[in-house]
Each structure stands twice: as structure tokens, then as C-alpha cells.
Design a binder for this molecule. Sequence first.
Ligand code: PL3
Ligand code: FE2
Ligand code: FE2
Length: 250
Amino acid sequence: MNKSFTVMQTLESNKNSNLDSLVEDTSTQLPDFTTDAYKDAYSRINAIVIEGEQEAYDNYISIATLLPNDSEELTKLAKMELKHKRGFTACGKNLGVEADMVFAKEFFSKLHGNFQTALEKENLTTCLLIQAILIEAFAISAYHVYIRVADPFAKKITQGVVNDEYLHLNYGEKWLKENLHTCKNELIAANKANLPLIKKMLDQVAEDAAILSMDKEELMEEFMIAYQDALLEMGLDNREIARMAMAAIV
Ligand code: PL3
Ligand code: FE2
Ligand code: FE2
């Protein structure tokens, strides 16, 4: 009896440890952050994020010239972007990776060009859609997916950053909502010109992101959710949002 008890106990504890390892495997499957493949992909993704944060800084400073009344708030948002840039630079250093900034500049060049053209024409709605809605929704969705598979150091940094990005998105939502009656046509045109660029950027980053254990479908899904939420918040209806989303697939 004593013996069978021990066998039962052993079976029982085996079952538990098997279960434990199963649960652990599915919930915490992190990539190996030390491989050359990981570091190579990280050199481009890290650069994209660093460049993105720098451009976000520049863009909020530029937007402030078109919205002098909000200059103080926009400067505050801009300064957060420099803090994000420093945080992500530290993430690269921590893994011993050198960011490929040439690649990242090219990655942003089309969107950068569209923003500069809108700025020259003082098309504030377009500037806000590009920076405060599209880029911020892209960042929020990508950071959410990254947090699940990041190394512990980067995870902590990214969690702090993503909270700030919501403030930036909220700023854009609020202005566009208040001005929707006068800016809707420009908003729809800006979406048509720039949403396809975001889709291309997602396609372009997918292969490297996969090496970091970030799934492309998940990235697209998270982005569409964040973007759709922003458009709803601005006061667009479901039909208008569906029409705008179509721009990504044509
Ligand atoms: C706005 O505040 C910042 C804009 C940054 C653009 C982010 C693009 C994200 C591409 C995919 C990156 C995954 C996250 C990896 C972090 C090292
Ligand atoms: Fe940022
Ligand atoms: Fe931001």
C-alpha cells in the first residue's frame, strides 16, 4: 500500500510537471536574443524604431508651427519622442547590436516626403493624420506585439513608451474630432495616399519581425484595430471607416 501510494504520487507529480512545462512552453516561448540571426534582424528593426522616434520628434515640432496655440503641448509630446529614441537606443546597445540607420531612413522616406509636402502646403489635417494617427497607431500596435516577445530590458522600456504613444494618438484624435466638419475630405484623401504606405512598411518589416517572433498577421490585426478605434473616436461611422480601410488593399 505504501508502495502504490508512492507510485501514484510519482504519476501525479509527473503529470503536473508535464503540464507545467506545457503551459510554460506556450506562454513564454521567447527567441534566443544572442544568435547572429536575431541580432541581424534587430539591427534593422531597432533602427526603424530609433528613426521613427526621431522623425516623430521633428514632426511634432513642425506641427507646432502650424498650431501656435498648442505649441507648448506639442513640444511636450515631441520631447517624449526623444526620450523614446534614447530608450530604444539603449535596447540595441544592451543586445550588442548596431542599428542600420541608412536602411531606416530609406524605410521612412516616402512617408517622410508626404509629411514634408503637407507641411509646406500647411495641410495640417494631413500632417496630423500621418504623424498622430497613422504612425502612432503603427507604433502602438508593433510595440504591443513586441512586448510579448522582447528581452526583459527592452520589455520594460517598451511598456513605458507605449503608454506615451497613447497620449500622442489621443492628441491627434481630439483635434481631428473637433475639426471633423471642416477636415473630413482632406482626411479621406490623406488616408488614401498614406495608408498604402503603412501597409507596404508592414510588408517590408515582416520578415525581420518574424525573426524576433513577431507574427505578421498579428501585427496587421493590431494595427487595424488601433486605426479603426482612432477613426471611430474621431466620429467617422463604420461605412466611412470600411471605405478608408479599403485603401490598404487596393
Ligand atoms: C512614434 O512615437 C514612433 C514611431 C515609430 C515607428 C515604429 C515602427 C515599428 C516597426 C516594428 C517594430 C517592432 C518593435 C521593435 C522595438 C525594438
Ligand atoms: Fe514615440
Ligand atoms: Fe509618439
